[in-house]
Write a protein that binds this ligand. Structure first.
Ligand SMILES: *[C@@H]1O[C@H](CO)[C@@H](O)[C@H](O)[C@H]1NC(C)=O
Ligand SMILES: *[C@@H]1O[C@H](CO)[C@@H](O)[C@H](O)[C@H]1NC(C)=O
Ligand SMILES: *[C@@H]1O[C@H](CO)[C@@H](O)[C@H](O)[C@H]1NC(C)=O
Ligand SMILES: *[C@@H]1O[C@H](CO)[C@@H](O)[C@H](O)[C@H]1NC(C)=O
Ligand SMILES: *[C@@H]1O[C@H](CO)[C@@H](O)[C@H](O)[C@H]1NC(C)=O
Ligand SMILES: *[C@@H]1O[C@H](CO)[C@@H](O)[C@H](O)[C@H]1NC(C)=O
Ligand SMILES: *[C@@H]1O[C@H](CO)[C@@H](O)[C@H](O)[C@H]1NC(C)=O
Ligand SMILES: *[C@@H]1O[C@H](CO)[C@@H](O)[C@H](O)[C@H]1NC(C)=O
Length: 446
């Protein structure tokens, strides 16, 4: 059970002025942890915070996670541990922009999701020690994080360790680069001369992490999940359509201008589309995205990589009988336009959901929208069957239609529209996803 320990008792000498400042403790399956009492941004409520609890043993590179050894003394969970080494790929033209980041390479066997499953199992075993309820877990993520949520949803048909999922600007069901082969792993082994070892796993484990990082960045190697059909299904949407997935409500949505930040510096619409679209469909795609300008490129990539796949997932989920809510975030605020004219770009909603948007030069409307989104997300997590506060699909909540730089001036924080008014361009992408081979033959989604 969660209890409090006076800081004074803990650290002896220094008595902190405030009487409310006591250190929370909890006893979990590997020992006692001591956290800190604090308040979160935008709130004066004192909460207990535990940071950096080792949920697994110190890792062996590319190996599945293992349980930590129990600690005999209270573990001071007062600061974050070091972050994982991340891969940053960024095109020449926009060197100073972080375009995307992914986890370090998974081993060939497709163990990418074992750490997430391990962490969710940890929550099931231990969350009661923090006064949590293991039966009320909602998982949520943005971008690749939303892809992880989708993978957990579609690869956990029975007894999922969560009861709801939120996907912000991402999904894994229409992976634009599906694979059953560890292509990048083999390329990395080859370039680092790991072919002469009996096992390239042993060889790649022996290479300094910094060398691995610079090599995969230099080669811009992608690390899509290798579909093992256990932790990552090859045809997740087919599984969703036939209900072989977690039976939980979902909240999903995308932003109005996802790709503006991802296509900075791109000026040739033909060259861009050729890079993503199979030969036989290039002409029909170019017939829709006709203008040879950055807006056209960003619109194509927003529809292709975010809006349409998320919309199809939402429709399929609803049609398969899972409660499904959808939003369309469409607000732009001057103090978060990291480059001019990005509008509602990829990631722009995150700080509003967390309340961590920059307070400098923020507007009252920004604060109101942030609070309204926090309430919606919290309402969904508290009672997923009742949703975030609007009707299920095909209704879609446009978030922030009346506020910000491009708002209609009404001050409205939410406007309900029919999915049909947003998804007019998506028919093209259903055909495209089939052509790419992300949908199974005989896929019977809408
Ligand atoms: C990127 O950052 C470096 C170092 O801060 C700076 O010298 C360079 O001019 C920047 N490049 C662009 C394209 O902004
Ligand atoms: C791999 O082997 C080749 C040929 O021996 C050599 O030229 C290259 O430098 C080696 N690469 C690394 C990363 O050791
Ligand atoms: C890596 O090891 C696997 C398994 O032994 C082997 O099939 C593969 O050919 C190796 N790859 C390279 C590039 O050596
Ligand atoms: C996963 O399923 C797909 C489609 O049925 C199949 O092509 C692939 O070989 C399977 N992968 C594994 C690792 O079994
Ligand atoms: C549902 O679809 C998945 C993915 O194609 C397939 O593996 C599974 O066998 C299907 N289940 C049923 C009951 O049809
Ligand atoms: C745009 O890209 C296409 C296809 O790669 C190429 O044929 C064309 O010359 C490019 N246009 C310009 C203006 O660079
Ligand atoms: C989203 O915002 C843009 C302005 O950036 C506006 O033109 C568009 O109509 C809005 N979309 C919806 C569905 O409200
Ligand atoms: C989703 O379903 C609605 C209602 O049937 C439809 O209007 C909309 O076009 C669909 N979206 C996609 C991407 O298929």
């Amino acid at each position: 059970m969660l209890s409090h320990l006076f800081l004074a008792a803990l650290f002896g000498a220094e008595i902190i002025a405030s009487t409310t400042l006591t250190a929370p403790t909890a006893t979990i399956d590997s020992g006692v942890v001591i956290g800190i009492a604090t308040s979160l941004i935008g709130s004066k409520v004192i909460v207990d915070k535990f940071l950096g609890i080792p949920f697994a043993a110190s890792p062996t590179r590319f190996a599945p996670p293992a349980s930590p050894t129990s600690w005999p003394w209270p573990y001071e969970a007062t600061q974050f541990g070091p972050a994982c080494i991340q891969q940053f790929n960024y095109p020449e033209e926009s060197r100073n922009l972080t375009i995307y980041l992914e986890n370090t390479p998974p081993p060939p066997a497709g163990e990418r999701f074992l750490d997430q499953r391990f962490a969710l199992a940890w929550v099931q075993r231990n969350i009661e020690a923090f006064n949590g309820d293991p039966e009320k877990v909602t998982i949520f993520g943005e971008s690749a994080g939303a892809g992880s949520v989708d993978t957990l949803l579609t690869a956990f048909p029975n007894n999922p360790p969560f009861r709801a999922g939120i996907m912000q600007s991402g999904q894994a069901s229409f992976n634009i680069n599906p694979t059953n082969e560890p292509t990048s792993w083999l390329a990395l082994s080859a370039i680092l001369n790991c072919t002469s070892y009996a096992s390239n796993l042993t060889c790649l484990r022996s290479i300094p992490a910094s060398a691995l990082k610079s090599t995969i960045e230099h080669m811009a190697l992608p690390w899509p999940a290798v579909n093992d059909n256990v932790t990552s299904p090859r045809y997740s949407e087919a599984a969703r359509v036939n209900r072989s997935v977690a039976n939980v409500p979902i909240l999903t949505g995308t932003n109005g201008n996802e790709a503006t930040i991802l296509t900075v510096g791109e000026t040739n619409v033909t060259a861009f589309i050729e890079n993503w679209v199979p030969q036989q469909m290039i002409q029909s795609v170019l017939a829709v995205y006709t203008a040879n300008d950055p807006d056209s490129i960003a619109n194509f990539f927003t529809d292709y990589a975010f809006h349409c796949p998320a919309a199809i997932v939402a429709n399929d989920s609803q049609a398969a009988g899972f409660q499904t809510w959808r939003y369309f975030f469409n607000a732009s605020f001057a103090n978060t336009q990291v480059l001019p004219n990005l509008k509602a770009y990829h990631g722009a909603e995150i700080d509003l959901v967390f309340g961590t948007y920059p307070k400098q030069d923020s507007t009252e409307d920004e604060e109101r929208l942030s609070q309204s989104m926090q309430s919606a997300w919290a309402a969904f997590a508290k009672n997923p069957n009742r949703g975030p506060g609007w009707n299920e699909v095909p209704d879609v909540a446009v978030l922030g239609p009346g506020v910000g730089i491009y708002g209609d001036g009404t001050g409205d924080l939410r406007k309900i529209v029919h999915a049909g008014s947003l998804d007019g361009g998506c028919g093209l992408f259903r055909k495209l996803f089939e052509a790419i081979g992300v949908a199974a033959a005989g896929y019977t989604g809408e």
